[in-house]
Every structure is written in structure tokens, then in C-alpha cells.
Design a protein around this ligand. Structure first.
Ligand SMILES: NC(=O)c1ccc[n+]([C@@H]2O[C@H](COP(=O)([O-])OP(=O)(O)OC[C@H]3O[C@@H](n4cnc5c(N)ncnc54)[C@H](O)[C@@H]3O)[C@@H](O)[C@H]2O)c1
Length: 337
């Protein structure tokens, strides 16, 4: 699927975080649609190190890139020498900056901010030197306690959301200075789809509920789940937004969601229908009351206006497209382990 007239063949494209969920989908998007594109994946990849919350420090996994024909660089975006090497070895046309501590529950503020904020500015400087357009991942987590999901109304309530607001602020600062490249920040809402499985417990509830159902368990939902609503967005619409962001009619920061809030209850019902397995639903008290987002819904007016973005997947359509992969993962990665 081509979303605009840019011919990415023979372009040099950097994807930071390219061994993760969204980055690896971008890498395959280019490989499949523009086979002559020169794609460089820069990612820290996983080892067994964990943060204090017990989750892995980075989720990059080689299995997300099985079949990838481009170049991979295993390095840390906090490593100035590695970035210098990147700057002198290549001449990028586009930089898709997805690398980040993507786990919203990480408590280590120092590493969260150096990785997400400071390394972004370093990469932005490379983009400017190379005249490469920059497209980076911001997040709906920037809205936090806000009830208005519109750029300018951010109210982050954790270090992760704060880090993404600081990335947006860096963007505004550069854009004020007559920046020679386009810079687009994309505030993704709740993304689900192929290649998210290796995010472990931070993967979307779509795949997690799917595997609970396939195991024959009754999916566990928080009480009142029919009233906990989020904007769930399928990976192909995220790819669409990234590609459109390569030639924006205006640089800036944009929401990427469907514009429709749906419930966790809906996810389970759709999965049960698609899998043809119905073990009912189990309701447990919500331990996060008071620190939990009960509603998110992207206002996508400016994304439509300045990027030409038009989400194509309802929750039903996205899960339908994803379901065979959820089953394959269950057979190959979950069953018997
Ligand atoms: N998936 C979502 O729902 C969602 C929502 C909002 C924003 N985002 C943002 O989108 C981007 C991609 O998220 P994702 O869901 O693909 O997460 P992910 O964790 O699968 O991908 C992030 C990648 O960055 C790599 N990385 C982490 N620290 C690094 C470092 N110091 N140096 C180099 N690489 C490093 C990881 O190994 C991983 O492969 C992130 O910036 C994330 O914050 C994601």
C-alpha cells in the first residue's frame, strides 16, 4: 500500500528502534513496497537487564526482523560515539525515530529522560546536518490527566509522558528557528498488531486477551470495563501516518488514533467471536483506580488537515486482520512454554 507519491527507492532511511514493534513494521513496509530503499535499523536489542519494575530495559528482538534484508546496527542511542559513527557513515533522507523506553511504568527518571529526550535532540541534529526529514514517536501518554485529547492540552502524569512532552517542546523550539527540514511528532494512542508480542507484559491487551482465550482461560477484565474506553489503533494506520508525515503540509505534532474510543470489553467480545471460543468474562477489582486513564480518544482534525491522514481500521477490522498472527504466536511462542 502506497500512501503518497514519494518514491522511497534509493533513499537512505534510518529507523531507530527498528527491532521493536512499530520500527520493525516500518522496516518491512519499506522492504515490501520500495525494495530498493536502503534501510538502516539502529536498536539496542534486548539482553537480560531489567528496570526496577522487573521489565526488560529494551524490547528489541531479532525475531521481529526475521527476513529483513537491510542493515542492522546494535547500539544505544545514548552512546555519542555510536551516533557520530552513524552521522559520518551515512547520508540519510528520512529518519524515523522510534527508539525509546516505551514502558510507561519505568520509574528510573534519569535514564528515561536521557534516552527519550536528550538522544532525540542528538538525532535531530544529525537529521538537520543530513537534510533528512524527521518523523518521531510522541505519545498519547502526554495527555495523562487531561480530558482534552488535543495537541496543546497535555498533562503528563508519569516520567514517560513527561519525556514525550519534552520531545515535543524540543520540536517546537527547532521549528521556531526556521528549520531546514520537516519535523513531525506523532502522538500514537494505543497501538496493537503484528510484531508487538515481544513487548511481553507491555504488549497491547489485544494480544494478551487473545492468548488468555486460546489457553482456555476466562479473560480477566477490570470491573466496569465496559466504561473504560481507549482509542485503539491498528499498526497499519500507524504506518500510514508515518509515511504521510514524510511530506507534511505543516511540521508539528499530531495525534494518531482512530478518533473513536472503544472498551476493553469490546476487545474481548471481538476476540471471542473471531476465535470462536467463548469462556465468558471474569471481573476483578481495578487496583489502579485514581491513577488510571478511563477515557482516551484522539482528536485527529489537524492530522487529517495537515498530513492527509485517514484511519482505515475499526477495532473489528484490525483484530480480524491480526487474528491469524495471534493464533500463530500462540502455537509457536506461548503453548507449552
Ligand atoms: N505501542 C504503542 O502503543 C505506543 C504508543 C505511544 C507511543 N509509542 C512510542 O512509539 C515508539 C515505538 O514503540 P513500540 O511500541 O514499537 O515499542 P518497542 O519497545 O517495541 O520499541 C522500542 C525499541 O527501541 C529500542 N530501544 C530502547 N532503548 C534504546 C536505546 N537506548 N538505544 C537504542 N534502541 C533502544 C528497543 O530495543 C525497542 O526495540 C516508542 O517511542 C514509544 O514510546 C508507542
Amino acid at each position: 500500500m502506497k500512501y503518497n507519491n514519494i518514491d522511497f527507492n534509493n533513499k537512505t532511511i534510518l529507523i531507530t528502534g527498528g527491532a521493536g514493534f512499530i520500527g520493525s513494521n516500518l522496516a518491512f513496509y519499506f522492504q515490501e513496497n520500495y525494495p530498493q530503499a536502503n534501510v538502516i535499523v539502529f536498536d539496542k536489542f534486548r539482553n537480560d537487564e531489567t528496570f526496577s519494575n522487573g521489565n526488560l530495559k529494551s524490547f528489541g528482538h531479532y525475531k521481529n526482523l526475521l527476513g529483513f534484508k537491510g542493515i542492522i546496527i546494535s547500539a544505544d542511542i545514548n552512546d555519542k560515539d555510536a551516533l557520530k559513527n552513524l552521522e559520518t557513515s551515512y547520508k540519510f533522507d528520512f529518519i524515523f525515530h522510534q527508539a525509546a523506553i516505551s514502558d510507561t511504568t519505568v520509574a528510573e527518571q534519569d535514564v528515561m529522560l536521557s534516552t527519550n529526550v536528550n538522544a532525540y535532540e542528538d538525532l535531530l541534529k544529525i537529521a538537520i546536518k543530513h537534510s533528512a526529514n524527521m518523523i518521531y514517536a510522541s505519545s498519547a501518554a502526554t495527555y495523562g490527566d487531561s480530558d482534552r485529547f488535543e495537541v496543546g492540552y497535555e498533562q503528563p502524569n508519569n516520567a514517560y509522558g513527561f519525556s514525550k512532552v519534552m520531545m515535543d517542546n524540543i520540536t517546537y523550539k527547532y521549528l521556531k528557528q526556521d528549520c531546514p527540514i520537516s519535523i513531525v511528532g506523532l502522538k500514537y494512542f494505543n497501538v496493537y498488531g503484528q510484531r508487538e508480542f515481544f513487548k511481553n507484559s507491555t504488549a497491547s491487551m489485544v494480544v494478551q486477551f487473545g492468548h488468555q482465550i486460546l489457553k482456555g482461560l476466562t479473560p480477566k477484565l477490570f470491573e466496569g470495563s465496559d466504561k473504560i474506553l481507549r482509542d485503539f489503533i491498528y499498526i497499519e494506520d500507524i504506518i500510514q501516518a508515518n509515511i504521510l508525515a514524510c511530506s507534511p503540509s505543516k511540521s508539528g505534532v499530531y495525534n494518531v488514533g482512530t478518533g473513536n474510543a472503544r472498551s476493553f470489553e469490546d476487545i474481548v467480545s471481538i476476540l471471542q467471536k473471531e476465535l470462536n471460543i467463548d469462556n465468558g468474562k471474569n471481573y476483578i477489582p481495578n487496583p489502579f483506580v485514581g491513577q488510571y486513564q478511563f477515557f482516551t480518544q484522539a482528536n485527529i482534525k489537524t492530522t487529517q488537515e495537515f498530513l492527509g491522514y485517514n484511519p482505515k481500521y475499526s477495532l473489528e477490522d484490525g483484530i480480524k486482520k491480526y487474528i491469524s498472527n495471534i493464533i500463530d504466536l500462540y502455537e509457536n511462542e506461548v503453548k507449552g512454554k
